[in-house]
Design a protein around this ligand. Structure first.
Ligand SMILES: [Zn+2]
Length: 199
């Protein structure tokens, strides 16, 4: 689904392509047999399949395909995965999605060796999602009671069970969310440029 981006150096520039071309697209010099100034590097995609991400925080556009929609202007939606579905809070209450998060930003919330937490995770998340405060009769609020509050409140509940301090919305956003959104946004722009101009 995602073409991987390759970066190489030639004629003093960093050049980004989906594959190494026969000629440098900037200066037109053939690359065959010539050594590139440094080994080409593949740039990993910031997107992954959220349904395969265990115990993670996910960010995806509200609708549509991420690479097109993710331009800094589209609304973003967040969720938390258990071992097989994505829990997310919407105007109709908590949803348990089995598909639809195939291409998103995924941030793991547990270390692989946190066995106790991983074992309890599904139960925690299910119990948390069933709480009265996420009922549909509570008004979903764009500012104060939305998907982001749902995910951050859950993360803070998990931190509390681990005897760790809660994160404020700003701390969480600045430390974990914004850097990844910026990277995803740059990557999307890069892919669009390459698709249009070949490099
Ligand atoms: Zn060149």
């Amino acid at each position: 689904m995602d073409k991987s981006v390759i970066r190489f150096s030639h004629c003093g520039r960093n050049i980004y392509c989906f594959s190494i071309p026969e000629r440098c697209p900037q200066c037109g010099v053939g690359l065959g047999g010539r050594r590139l100034e440094e080994a080409p590097v593949s740039i990993p995609s910031p997107f992954s399949n959220g349904h395969k991400a265990l115990c993670s925080f996910l960010i995806a556009p509200t609708e549509g395909h991420f690479v097109r929609e993710f331009d800094g202007g589209s609304d973003l939606h967040t969720g938390i995965t258990d071992t097989n579905v994505v829990y997310n809070y919407t105007k109709t209450g908590v949803r348990r999605d089995e598909y639809g998060w195939e291409r998103c930003i995924s941030i793991p919330l547990v270390q692989p060796d946190m066995y106790n937490l991983i074992n309890q995770w599904d139960r925690y998340l299910d119990k948390f999602s069933s709480a009265h405060m996420w009922d549909t009769q509570w008004q979903f609020d764009e500012e104060k009671h939305n998907c982001y509050n749902f995910t951050l409140t859950f993360i803070n509940c998990v931190l509390a069970t681990e005897h760790k301090r809660a994160l404020s919305k700003d701390e969480f956003t600045n430390a974990f969310v914004l850097p990844r959104i910026k990277r995803a946004s740059k990557y999307s722009v890069l892919c669009r440029e390459i698709a249009e101009n070949h490099f």
